[in-house]
Design a protein around this ligand. Sequence first.
Ligand SMILES: O=C(CO)COP(=O)(O)O
Length: 253
Amino acid sequence: MRKPIIAGNWKMYKTFDEAVDFVEEIQQDIPSPDKVDAVICAPALYLPTLVVASEDSSLAIGAQNMHYENEGAFTGEISPVMLANINVDYVILGHSERREMFNETDEAINKKIRAALSQGIVPIICCGETLEEREAEQTEAKVARQITKALEGFAPIEVEHMVIAYEPIWAIGTGKTATAQDANVVCCAIRLAIETLYGKDTARKVRIQYGGSVKPENIKELLAQEHIDGALVGGASLDPASFMKLLEAAANA
Ligand SMILES: O=C(CO)COP(=O)(O)O
């Protein structure tokens, strides 16, 4: 079976001291890595310190974005080589906030996935629909299109190790969660899109997270769904006690 993966996306929150305190507070209590993969995706500035702070635990550290080139004249950007060099394990790619506010395209996301894999960094690839698209019953077509474009041109063995995050845009930071059943239907559609591209065996292995107002109160029902293998969590990952509750729920799922 697929091992659950809980990833915190801190976005642009926390001071440096708060970030270090958080990792120091939880690192000894992370559930066994046999049961759940635990990841914190922190602001880039904090990554080297957090990688060192979490060294003796199974907590993995991830970035929230990166460029697809390994180096070059790209003022303000961070490269996959730089992340790999400081032992960052994961990177969130194609988050809806980056697609909407920083004009990130499916083509750029595809290049970033390739670049992450080439450095041994696991990509967490986001997709999801707006409220308008949901109301027009375009949700499944939208996520299938995003995933098909993002995953174009890889080998099945590469795809197996990727993580997909289904995040309905209307559920992010709003307190509105998709029902667990609705989220499962869309995660199933994502798995079918992967199956169309790479076959049943690969699709069966890919882990698909749900994201959008995930909290300790709703995690169990989400994880009980057949196609939901974890969560990408914003607000509820900022508090150590609530993040730990999410990890424990996943470890016992
Ligand atoms: O965007 C998200 C994670 O990437 C979800 O954020 P919230 O959990 O705050 O809704």
